[in-house]
Design a protein around this ligand. Structure first.
Ligand code: SF4
Ligand code: F3S
Length: 104
């Protein structure tokens, strides 16, 4: 499966949701996640993310993010239509420590 990682937080560009053929993105207040059970590994979302916040779970050290995506995909609502990015998306792009500071 593909997973959304920390740089989505406070950016939430949502370009990813429009290209997913199985509509497996779910939306929290300031981050999206992918439901790893629904993702078919097509890979089309990865290059669409301006924040480079989507990775295949075959990359090392993504266990924490895979677990977070699986957990929140169960409780957050499905999202399939692109919205405006968060107001300070550019400012927060690339910032460290976003999970600890802003995740919700
Ligand atoms: Fe959707 Fe494909 Fe991205 Fe998985 S890899 S989330 S199926 S677009
Ligand atoms: Fe987040 Fe990138 Fe999608 S910032 S909302 S994973 S386009």
């Amino acid at each position: 499966a593909y997973v959304v990682v920390d740089n989505c937080i406070m950016c939430k560009y949502t370009d990813c949701v429009e290209v997913c053929p199985v509509d497996c993105f779910y939306e929290g207040e300031n981050m999206l996640v992918i439901n790893p059970d629904e993702c078919i590994d097509c890979g089309v979302c990865e290059p669409e993310c301006p924040a480079e916040a989507i990775k295949p779970d075959t990359e090392p050290d993504l266990e924490k993010w895979l677990a977070l995506n699986a957990e929140y995909a169960k409780v957050w609502p499905n999202v399939t239509i692109k919205r405006d990015a968060m107001p300070q998306a550019k400012e927060y792009d690339g910032r460290e420590g976003k999970l600890e500071a802003f995740f919700s």
